[in-house]
Design a protein around this ligand. Structure first.
Ligand SMILES: *Cc1c(COP(=O)(O)O)cnc(C)c1O
Length: 403
């Protein structure tokens, strides 16, 4: 409460009221607070706690950290550093450039590149000591040719497609490829696969993929195996193998959508109020005039919109012509208030009629994520998933990492 007051008195959105007591800002990025519309705060201690939680669940298996897409928008450098200090030794990224950036920060870590080898990119990968996740025969041929001429001993992962039909070597080739294990320097450091429906535990594809992967593991005895992403971890020990690869759960998304979220929230987003205005009963608000004031209304206009990645499925908001208690909300002066009308590129309107007249004021901050509003809640209002919300945030915000 004291913090809330402070946030109202100062015309900044710099100090997140939801910040963990005792945590300190360890890094800042983006434009200065007052030069932009919002502040994104990333709680590194929560990310570390989430990683430790998952690591405990899967022990003695190893818990890696997936930091692709700038660590799901949370900052790959900051997250990589924090996880490494906590004991995480293996990281997954999607692209070579992400591996290159991470290597600068983590000279010792094992880094796998999920999308494999870009055509002709074997030597570039080896230069940053990144390990490819090989998912097709042409890649394997290229990698073999490279390894014959170079003394790369870092290893590579073989990704088998056990039923997702997205990326991966055919299961039918597994037995032939396993014959390589007879070679002393076979260079296979990991066999892996990826679950298509892990967030839906009852889906029959899970059991099928687990069974097929069990066969692959038995062909590659002695090589570490990895199957589970965040949700996969919660399917139970049959998916844990030697190494798990969580991303989303580290960043606070719920790995088990049907149950209570066991992960700590990581991201707080606060926007600045640029204006408080009165709208007479019967007037409409925003593009498309999709929302009509049911009575004399007071609106707080916050400087965050869809160009900030805060899609909140703008159109869906409009469709819910009467934003209600179940619709999208923001926390203003400690109280949940509905977001009304369509979200614009740089602005949104929040109905603050229920608040005392003296608050809020221009310059005050509103909480769009945090204070009980979760990333998964926001996704739920549109056709998005939490992953999309997270990875879209932050291009225009001031970003603060706390640890
Ligand atoms: C992105 C990704 C992960 C991490 O998935 P989450 O659902 O975010 O935990 C793991 N493995 C592969 C192959 C991936 O592409």
């Amino acid at each position: 409460m004291a913090m809330q007051k402070q946030a109202q008195a100062a015309p900044t959105v710099g100090e997140p009221a939801g910040a963990v007591a005792g945590s300190v800002a360890v890094a800042e990025a983006g434009p200065p607070v007052l030069d932009t519309g919002g502040v994104l705060t990333i709680d590194l201690a929560a990310i570390v706690a989430n990683w430790q939680n998952l690591a405990r669940r899967v022990a003695p298996a190893e818990c890696a950290g997936v930091v692709k897409a700038d660590a799901y928008g949370c900052g790959a450098a900051e997250v990589g550093d924090a996880l490494s200090r906590a004991g995480c030794k293996t990281f997954f990224v999607a692209h070579l450039f992400e591996a290159r950036a991470l290597r600068k920060i983590l000279p010792e870590a094992t880094i796998y590149v999920l999308n494999g080898i870009p055509p002709g990119g074997s030597s570039a990968l080896a230069e940053v000591k990144a390990r490819p996740v090989i998912g097709s025969m042409p890649e394997l041929v290229e990698w073999d040719a490279f390894c014959r001429l170079n003394t790369w001993t870092g290893g590579a992962a073989l990704h088998f497609d056990t039923g997702m039909n997205r990326h991966g070597l055919p299961v039918a080739d597994a037995a032939a490829l396993a014959e390589r294990l007879a070679l002393p320097d076979h260079g296979i450091s990991l066999v892996m696969s990826h679950l298509a429906c892990a967030d839906t535990p009852e889906h029959p594809l899970n059991a099928r993929q687990i069974e097929v992967f069990r066969e692959i593991k038995s062909l590659f005895r002695g090589v570490d195996a990895s199957l589970a992403n965040s949700s996969g971890i919660f399917l139970g020990p049959s998916t844990h193998c030697d190494l798990v690869r969580p991303g989303a759960a580290l960043y606070g998304l719920n790995p088990m959508p049907a149950a209570k979220n066991p992960m700590r929230p990581v991201v707080t987003l606060k926007g600045r109020i640029v204006q408080v205005r009165n709208v007479p009963r019967g007037e409409t608000v925003g593009y498309g005039a999709t929302w009509t004031a049911p009575g004399d209304t007071r609106l707080a206009i916050a400087a965050i919109g869809y160009a900030d990645g805060f899609l909140r499925a703008g159109a869906a908001v409009g469709a819910q012509a009467k934003a209600s208690r179940t619709g999208p909300q923001a926390v203003v002066a400690g109280k949940r208030c509905p977001i009304v009308g369509r979200i614009s590129m740089d602005l949104m309107a929040i109905d603050v009629t229920a608040l005392p007249l003296a608050s809020p004021r221009r310059g005050d901050s509103v909480t769009l994520i945090g204070d009980g509003i979760l990333v998964d809640d926001i996704a739920g209002f549109g056709s998005q998933i939490g992953y999309e919300v997270l990875t879209s945030l932050g291009r225009r915000y001031h970003r603060t990492w706390r640890g």
